[in-house]
Design a protein around this ligand. Structure first.
Ligand code: FES
Ligand code: FES
Length: 167
């Protein structure tokens, strides 16, 4: 029996040491918010935090995770969707199909932890996740809104919402 600290709780499970962390999270622990996209560290859909660092869990074997590492998945970003980034993503209608968005949020949360007021260039360099729906502009806008405490005007934005005017 192995165990890991995930979202603040010790969780026990059975898995081979070479099992990617992604499959431990999804298959053993039922944390299916973390997605499988490419399996080769390219898309970022599987991004989680390991000791505060964003990692692509599809290429992190269980054997490389320190026993006392603190892992945070999208389910642990906030208990109720109240993280400033989650609120900004909703307010700006960022998700389209949604598949990449857990990874986007985890990458964005790590970026804001290390750089609370990122520029466009910082965001482009820090968020290399792929989105087949092309939400990149709104992801960037939502990160800026979250960085401004949820204030779209202070973030210099005027984004049209269908039926809801500007915000
Ligand atoms: S599934 Fe891990 S980077 Fe694409
Ligand atoms: S919202 Fe569809 S892949 Fe990003």
């Amino acid at each position: 029996m192995a165990k890991l600290n995930v979202n603040g709780k010790w969780r026990e499970f059975e898995a081979e040491p070479d099992t990617p962390l992604l499959w431990v999270l999804r298959e053993q622990l039922g944390l299916t918010g973390t997605k499988y996209g490419c399996g080769v560290a390219q898309c970022g859909a599987c991004t989680v935090h390991i000791d505060g660092v964003p990692e692509r869990s599809c290429v992190v074997p269980l054997s490389s995770v320190k026993p006392d590492a603190k892992i945070v998945t999208i389910e642990g970003l906030s208990a109720d969707g109240s993280h400033p980034l989650q609120k900004a993503f909703v307010a700006l209608d960022v998700p389209q199909c949604g598949y990449c968005q857990s990874g986007m949020l985890m990458a964005a949360a790590a970026l804001l932890q290390s750089n609370p007021k990122p520029t466009d260039a910082d965001i482009d360099a820090g968020i290399t996740n792929l989105c087949r729906c092309g939400t990149y502009n709104r992801v960037r806008a939502a990160i800026k809104v979250a960085a401004q405490g949820g204030d779209a005007k202070r973030a210099g934005l005027a984004i049209e919402h269908a039926g809801r005017g500007k915000s």
